[in-house]
Ligand binder design. Structure first.
Ligand code: THU
Length: 166
């Protein structure tokens, strides 16, 4: 038996450390997206901004529902919106931020597993890797380059292809 280790790389920027203009601008858009959040149940508002290769920025925010599983995360709202509005245009970056009505978010909000899987599907369909930038109300900012950094050992479509026929 072997134990295999996987290393992921997370860029961390201190609260008063300067971000690149591109990261700051996209995080500002994610904050703007918070205005559209509908989160009466969790009172946790998430905003996402997707930067596309054609220069467009598409926003999304979490949309909750009284039947809880019918709701949708900010990241998937933004990515599906981007893909349906600009089909085939590569996604270069996604910025994510969050605000709670009840507490200060002092750590970056990281995407849930389902959103990571959707990001992986988007990245698989393009040449460009996706940069994901994450921040809360205050504290550090984190960034990763490539969805394999967020979702190692992911399920992808090659696994649907049968090589052995019975
Ligand atoms: N949520 C997101 O929108 N994105 C995430 O990355 C994590 C969670 C939303 C779903 C739900 O509306 C609320 O945050 C609490 O889980």
């Amino acid at each position: 038996m072997n134990v295999k280790s996987i290393t992921i790389n997370i860029e961390e920027y201190g609260a008063d450390e300067a971000l690149s203009n591109a990261d700051s601008a996209l995080l500002a858009k994610a904050e703007e997206a918070l205005k559209g959040s509908y989160a009466p149940y969790s009172e946790f508002h998430v905003g996402a901004a997707v930067k596309l290769a054609n220069g467009e920025t598409v926003l999304g925010s979490n949309q909750e529902n009284a039947a809880y599983p019918s709701g949708m995360c900010a990241e998937r709202v933004a990515l599906f919106h981007a893909q349906s509005t600009f089909p085939g245009v590569p996604v270069l970056a996604v910025a994510i931020t969050a605000r709670s009505d009840r507490f200060t978010t002092t750590y970056p909000v990281t995407p849930c597993g389902a959103c990571r899987q959707v990001m992986a599907e988007v990245e698989k369909g393009q040449k460009e890797v996706i940069r994901v930038v994450m921040r809360g109300d205050e504290g550090i900012t984190q960034a990763v380059v490539g969805i394999d950094q967020l979702l190692p050992m992911l399920f992808h479509e090659e696994k649907l292809k049968k090589v052995n026929h019975l």
